[in-house]
Unconditional design. Structure first.
Lengths: 98, 169
């Protein structure tokens, strides 16, 4: 079953990466990042089950915490940018372009 | 047999919802699709005898994080004009296609080469007692550091979004 799980994890990660690249809405880009992190969690859980070692579950906890922190700070930045620039599309946010 | 059927059922559900996240026009539909995908992955966690992780996936991810994202989407209340017309960038789509196929081929090859004997696990595997014991005994220091990370994220989010006094914007 680990092969199927790993392949599913790859597919989900790639869908997330594709969404990260082709979408322009900042919130959808953040959600694509969540999708990629979730695919990583799936691989960790599959390996933990296969090896009979629960350390992978601890890793999943840490990844969930980091995802929560990332979502909080990322959404705060999106709100801030929307308040000052009235835009959430990433190609309209080019303040740092040299 | 029944486990394999359940696995393929939830795997197909997860992939369909994940495609919905990327393809949905409105961010609200993207978020709802992501919630469905998270539920399907939680079921897959439970199939891998990771019950505690599955419960946390639903509680923390689908509950807390997605509610926060939905809250921000409704707070911003984007009009269709601000959502912008979908512009199909040929180079980006071609790059995404090549990324997808390359990752799939590499992953299938790697998965076929990696041979790991499946260990048998007892009922306590993935239960709240055994994972909690591991977390609070062996991995106590990372646990405390992660709490510091969360504290930093809270302070950062509040500092970023607060309105300054006399600031017109």
């Amino acid at each position: 079953v680990i092969y199927e799980n790993l392949i599913l994890s790859i597919v989900l990660f790639t869908i997330g990466a594709v969404g990260f690249v082709i979408r322009r809405n900042a919130i959808v880009v953040l959600m694509s990042v969540e999708l990629m992190l979730n695919a990583c969690n799936l691989a960790f859980v599959a390996f933990a089950r296969q090896l009979g070692d629960m350390t992978g579950h601890i890793y999943v906890f840490m990844i969930m915490t980091v995802a929560a922190a990332e979502a909080a700070v990322g959404l705060a930045i999106v709100v801030l940018i929307f308040r000052t620039r009235k835009a959430v599309n990433l190609d309209e946010i080019n303040l740092m372009k040299g | 047999m029944i486990l394999a059927i359940l696995f393929y059922l939830f795997a197909a559900t997860a992939v369909v919802f994940a495609l919905g996240v990327v393809a949905a026009r409105s961010p609200l539909y993207s978020a709802l699709n992501l919630i469905g995908c998270l539920f399907a992955v939680a079921a897959l966690f439970a199939l891998q005898s990771a019950q505690l992780i599955a419960v946390f996936q639903v509680l923390v991810y689908a509950g807390a994080i997605m509610v926060m994202i939905l809250f921000v989407i409704m707070l911003l209340n984007l009009s269709p004009r601000e959502l912008g017309r979908p512009r199909i960038n040929v180079i980006k789509v071609a790059g995404a296609y090549f990324l997808f196929t390359t990752a799939l081929v590499l992953g299938v090859r790697l998965a076929a080469q990696t041979w790991l004997p499946a260990q048998s696990v007892d009922d306590r595997f993935g239960s709240i007692e055994s994972v909690g014991e591991l977390l609070y005994r062996t991995y106590l220091l990372p646990f405390e550091m992660v709490s510091l990370l969360l504290l930093g994220a809270i302070i950062g989010a509040v500092l970023l979004t607060r309105k300054l006094k006399g600031d017109g914007s």
